[in-house]
Design a binder for this molecule. Structure first.
Ligand code: PLP
Length: 454
């Protein structure tokens, strides 16, 4: 089906300005939003409908959350059934069989030996939990000096204290420096437009940037370093794809020095890179994987950590007497039955509908379509990997982020939703979109760009 791209006229949004008085929005310019609200009323399949009845193609799968589209009756039915059977079970000292089954299932998607799943409720919680696991693991091995963490510039690892500390987005950090974790360093990010602009898939330049990890090891000594955390593809700052050989080198250096490697796959997990995880896509095996978003198709919050068996065995093995808790961490809603039911339904769909095969087709379609926009005015870079792509746009002088916002608004007027971070536009269409819809998403975007830079 082709996206309906009839031009929408600017509409009056005054009516909802009174309604939103009490609402303080996350990661949103609140003052701007109040003047330019974007209010969604319903979602079905790969389309949202806003409060003016405009049908909008979901070009970002919600917030990378909803690759299976919206309102799939199989997910709804699974949640309803679970709700009627058991709506909640205490997460501590108790569990449900369905949660055991889900953990087992998830490990089958993960690389070998990543055999233990710890459930949380969001990507941010997953990241902070993984960092705690890394410290607990080294301590349990008798290496309690290994507490330092290494993240990367431009990384997004959520909004909690651990995540902003290892994260590398300046605006997310600058207000909160007094509460950052101590002992964190950042590797350089790998985006260098003078070397790799308009690369399709993995850039060939940049593997040497991993050598900076050796510099940090030399500076601090490996005996003080617990873990390196990376998104295999940096999502939030605009689909920054690792250079060929980069992740392999990071893995090699971590192994050499006994440093744990954590892949934050909150966006990349469960199909976004046309593979189960970035770990498979790039053939690099981390010691832990964090996941969230697509595991429940965004329907009910859930996140988690898939840890290497050795991490689990080491931490639990040093727990003292058997009746004592080994890892003092968890959340009231860890492994919530409704989220568990949603996750099972999503994995059923993933398997029954051979979603991975679809992602492989869409990767090709999206890649061809986005790179065909090279040369258009205002486009500084185009990147893609799996079913995700991003465009860096020429900013408006002195007004960072305004171009991105204007393009988002123009996209909405043309019937498509995209994701913006400053003046970078990302696309991550649902895996259940047709190739024609994905093609049409990019064609529509091209019209928006033409208008924006005319
Ligand atoms: C790589 C990564 N880690 C962590 C998070 C945080 O997830 P959440 O917003 O569910 O806390 C995100 C969110 O986009 C993410 O992209």
């Amino acid at each position: 089906m082709k996206i309906e791209t009839s031009q929408f006229s600017k509409i009056d949004t005054k009516h909802c300005q009174d309604d939103m008085q009490a609402y303080w929005m996350p990661y949103t310019p609140n003052r701007y939003f109040r003047k330019n609200p974007k209010v969604m009323a319903s979602a079905k399949g790969v389309y949202y409908t806003d409060d003016h009845g405009r049908k909008l193609f979901d070009g970002a799968s919600g917030l990378w959350t909803s690759p299976l589209g919206h309102g799939d009756p199989r997910i709804i039915e699974a949640i309803q059934k679970q709700y009627q059977t058991m709506d909640y079970v205490p997460a501590f000292q108790m569990a449900s069989k369905e949660t055991f089954r889900l953990a087992n299932r998830i490990t089958q998607y993960a690389p070998a030996d990543l055999g233990k799943v710890f459930f949380v409720n969001s990507g941010s919680e997953a990241v902070d939990t993984a960092l705690k696991m890394a410290i607990a693991y080294h301590r349990a091995r008798g290496e309690s000096s290994r507490t330092r963490m290494i993240g990367r510039e431009r990384a997004y690892h959520g909004g909690c204290v651990g995540g902003i500390s290892v994260g590398g987005i300046p605006t997310n950090r600058k207000m909160f420096s007094p509460m950052m974790m101590p002992g964190v360093d950042h590797l350089p990010h790998t985006l260098n437009l003078s070397q790799m602009a308009f690369s399709r898939g993995q850039p060939t330049w940049g593997a040497h940037l991993a050598d900076d990890l050796e510099r940090l090891v030399a500076l601090h000594d490996a005996s003080n370093i617990a873990a390196v955390i990376l998104e295999p593809v940096q999502g939030s700052t605009g689909v920054i794809v690792p250079p060929v050989g980069y992740l392999e080198k990071i893995r090699e250096i971590c192994t050499k020095h006994g440093i744990l490697l954590i892949f934050d796959e909150v966006i990349t997990g469960f199909g976004r890179l046309a593979a189960n995880f970035g770990a498979d896509r790039f053939g690099v095996k981390p010691d832990m994987i964090t996941f969230a978003k697509a595991i429940t198709n965004g329907v009910i919050p859930m996140g988690g950590i898939i840890a290497h068996n050795d991490i689990y065995e080491t931490i639990t093995g040093s727990g003292g007497q058997e009746q004592l808790i080994e890892f003092f961490h968890g959340f009231t809603y860890s492994g919530h039955p409704l989220a568990t039911a949603a996750a099972h339904a999503c994995l059923d769909i993933f398997e029954d509908d051979d979603i991975l095969a679809r992602t492989k087709v869409l990767e090709q379609v999206l890649g061809d379509a986005v790179h065909s926009l090279k040369g258009m005015p205002g486009i500084l870079d185009i990147r893609n990997c799996g079913v995700s792509a991003a465009f860096d746009l020429e900013p408006i002088a002195g007004k960072p982020g305004l171009r991105g916002m204007q393009v988002l608004e123009s996209c909405i007027e043309h019937g498509i939703l995209v994701r913006i971070t400053g003046d970078t536009i990302a696309m991550g269409p649902p895996f259940v979109a047709t190739p024609e819809e994905v093609q049409s998403l990019v064609e529509t975007f091209a019209r928006v760009i033409q208008k924006s830079f005319n």
